[in-house]
Design a binder for this molecule. Structure first.
Ligand code: ADP
Ligand code: MG
Length: 724
């Protein structure tokens, strides 16, 4: 007798078992029980053939009159099946389902479910779901489940496999504590499992899914609640800056006053740092809202008390820029040990992967000796060779590019757990934040510093109006003539078509960058467009290129000269996407803009209009009016609200992409739960999980839940190890 842990081949045939496990991730009997239908067809929709209307979703019961298959092209097989209900004949068409020809032999009775289409003025169903013989009988009383299936294993075959194990639903242990189940008025797990596969009514489906969805949210939230609870128990060094210390001296020389939002967040952070448990905070802030200075103040508070702070940046360009701008903001306070440097001061070290040996050795020495109070770097900081004297604070910029594991790796470099502040300018909806960063407290900066000039974004549809492109270059010339600077951004670097993506991403992104859509031509590349701009529309201007394949020194040099105003136009890839801050840059032209994602465009345009002059962003595209690509661009042009755009962006993605590769352990545990839509489920699951973990942090009282949590963590770890 099969048990929950038995391999599926104990209950189904060899071929089916192989297909289930290799294509559908169903390895065990329990996996099979957890393989839920995608949707259901209703018995009420069982229609007779004479009454069909185009566009209707129908389930028809009919007998096969004939089935004829043929190979149309090498990879295209067409099967025409004529069915009859005794009065009317009807043709069904199947593509690449050659195996059905045998199943649907003349005389076979079956159920066919799908959408009625009009083809050559005849009505037909294309690739309908098929339920044959006894299987059709089984479902005649209720709803017809449609399972995730493969070309070799149809939904009805999956249903048949599930039927063989349905009785075992009673053996599935319930991880949800009984009081929680009652409070939330949820079905017992065993009932939910039975009903999700064999519902009689829509209400059955709703109740079953409600229960199973809650379980998914609950499990995740228990993991996160435990992570929070564990962190809260860790010791950390409280960091309270002295009244006449480095932070105070910095505040005195700050050329602007902090916004109300910055002050509020600064107070939250100061309170966290003053506790003897590690801070775990996420700072979300609109592009240009001034996160860096907030983070810098936290770092100075730590330096004030004799500790060190590390700032982890996702790209070399950004690390270099942080190093430049933080050094500049600190002025003499960053020159400890130098003539004219302040006694209160410290040193700022930079550590990146491709630094020269001498520079690297010097940086490593400054870090280990504690001379550098502030250490800025890329993922190179995470390496084994980097030793801190007293790491008190880790700041992670643009968190969406780093996984939890990288955060942890850096954290492990401190003798006592350091405080952690992660920052992101890709605002994420609250429920997504609760799922992905659920172990962090969240602060949000919504306002921009006063005096920030407005940013206007236009779509430039060169498909319909080619001459608009000339006008775009003219606008760039006008900005430069007015003493400003501009960016031209392209999706590719150029030279080799292999190299489509910018900057090896250190870590994993929350959402993929480029929008994958079949394209007719390769995207515009920096190295191709720059020379033609110099010879053509931008002749006479000082144009330079910047991309990820340039040597680090060159990158740094180009950015430095651009920041100093020695370059008029920077033709770049997305290396400038995050954090690059040159106030005099007022215009940006994005070429092939439809190849970028919404959030990415929002980040990119955040580079302009950072000073007192208004910013202009032109999204050049050949995407046609009304196409999804064009609509994405119009959305970007219509608002500067990053939260709104992030919502639009996430909604247009599939659920799996929302969580991204870095969350794949979590992703695979989510079958029914939508981190975007199921707001109330996630919230109530979080409340219950937090309460449970508070009374029983080790889950001693619930071995079933403990095992489920361990399994999820094991999944996440193995995904991480595969990447490492
Ligand atoms: P982001 O949140 O996108 O990382 P930055 O920290 O780069 O934003 O800040 C953008 C710019 O605004 C920087 O040049 C910074 O010096 C400036 N800035 C920060 N806070 C203020 C403020 N309160 N008033 C004026 N300018 C500010
Ligand atoms: Mg920033």
């Amino acid at each position: 007798m099969a048990e929950l842990g038995s391999p599926v081949r104990a209950v189904v045939g060899e071929k089916t078992a192989k297909e289930l496990s290799s294509r559908l991730g169903v390895h065990t009997v329990e996996d099979l029980l957890r393989h839920y239908p995608r949707r259901y067809y209703e018995r009420g929709e069982l229609t007779d053939l004479a009454g069909l209307r185009p566009g209707e979703l129908v389930t028809v019961q009919a007998t096969v009159a004939s089935a004829k298959g043929r190979q149309i092209r090498p990879k295209l097989h067409k099967l025409d099946v004529v069915v009859t209900d005794g009065r009317t004949q009807f043709v069904l068409t199947f593509f690449n389902k050659w195996f059905l020809e045998k199943t649907l032999s003349p005389g076979t009775e079956a159920l066919f479910a799908g959408k009625v289409e009009l083809f050559n003025r005849k009505m037909t169903l294309t690739n309908p779901e098929v339920y044959v013989g006894e299987d059709a009988e089984t479902f005649a009383g209720g709803l017809l489940p449609v399972y995730p299936a493969t070309t070799k294993l149809a939904s009805w075959a999956v249903a048949k496999s599930v039927a063989t194990v349905l009785a075992l639903a009673d053996d599935v242990p319930d991880p949800l504590p009984e009081p929680v189940r009652e409070r939330r008025r949820l079905l017992p797990l065993q009932d939910a499992l039975r009903l999700v596969h064999r519902p009689e009514t829509r209400e059955d489906v709703r109740r079953a899914q409600e229960r199973l969805r809650f379980d998914e949210a609950f499990l995740l939230q228990v993991v996160l609640a435990r992570r929070r609870a564990e962190a809260a128990l860790l010791p950390a060094t409280a960091r309270v800056p002295s009244a006449a210390g480095l932070l105070a001296a910095f505040d005195e020389r700050l050329p602007f006053t902090l916004t109300d939002g910055q002050q509020a967040v600064a107070a939250e952070i100061a309170a966290d740092l003053a506790r003897s448990h590690p801070m775990q905070r996420l700072l979300q802030g609109e592009v240009g809202s001034g996160k860096t200075v907030v983070a810098l103040r936290a770092m100075l508070a730590v330096v004030d008390t004799g500790g060190q702070a590390a700032l982890l940046a996702p790209t070399e360009v950004l690390a270099q820029q942080h190093h430049r701008s933080i050094t500049a903001l600190l002025g003499p306070l960053a020159e400890r040990g130098l003539l004219g440097g302040s006694d209160l001061g410290t040193r700022v070290a930079l550590l990146t992967g491709s630094q020269g040996t001498a520079a690297r050795r010097r940086a490593l020495l400054d870090i280990v000796s504690g001379d550098a109070g502030i250490v800025i770097g890329t993922h190179a900081l995470i390496q084994d060779t980097v030793d801190f004297l007293d790491l008190g604070l880790v700041v992670v910029d643009e968190q969406h590019r780093f996984g939890v594991e990288q955060r942890d790796a850096l954290r492990a470099k401190a003798a006592v757990p350091p405080h952690v502040l992660v920052m992101t300018a890709t605002p994420i909806p609250r429920t997504v934040a609760m799922t992905i960063f659920g172990d962090l407290d969240v602060s949000t900066l919504t306002e921009l510093p006063a005096g920030r000039s407005p940013l206007t974004t236009h779509v430039v549809p060169v498909g319909e109006k080619p001459h608009f492109l000339d006008r775009a270059w003219e606008r760039v010339r006008e900005e430069v003539a007015a003493g400003h600077q501009a960016y031209v951004v392209t999706p590719r670097i150029g030279e080799s078509l292999e190299e489509e993506r910018e900057e090896p991403v250190h870590g994993l992104r929350l959402v993929p960058d480029l929008v994958e859509e079949p394209a007719l031509r390769p995207a515009v590349a920096v190295l191709d467009i720059a020379p033609s701009l110099v010879e053509g529309p931008l002749a006479g201007l000082r144009v330079e290129v910047l991309h990820g394949r340039l040597p680090p020194d060159t990158k740094d040099d180009v950015m430095r000269r651009f920041a100093a105003g020695e370059v008029d136009v920077l033709v770049a890839t997305t290396v400038i996407e995050v954090g690059v801050d040159v106030a005099n840059a007022t215009a940006m032209v994005v070429l092939d803009a439809e190849r970028f994602g919404i959030s990415q465009l929002h980040q990119l345009r955040g580079r302009v209009g950072r000073g007192s002059a208004p910013g202009l962003c032109l999204l050049v595209t050949e995407a046609e009016e009304g196409s999804p690509s064009r609509e994405r661009l119009e959305a970007v042009a219509s608002t500067v609200d990053g939260f709104e755009l992030s919502r639009i962006d996430l909604e247009s993605r599939r659920e799996g992409d929302v969580l991204g590769a870095s969350q794949s352990g979590r992703r695979s545990s989510l079958r029914l739960l939508s981190v975007l839509r199921d707001v109330t489920v996630i919230e109530s699951a979080r409340d219950e999980a937090t309460a449970l973990v508070a009374t029983d942090p080790h889950l001693f009282a619930n071995a079933v839940l403990r095992r489920a949590v361990d399994a999820l963590l094991e999944d996440e770890r193995s995904v991480y190890l595969e990447k490492a």
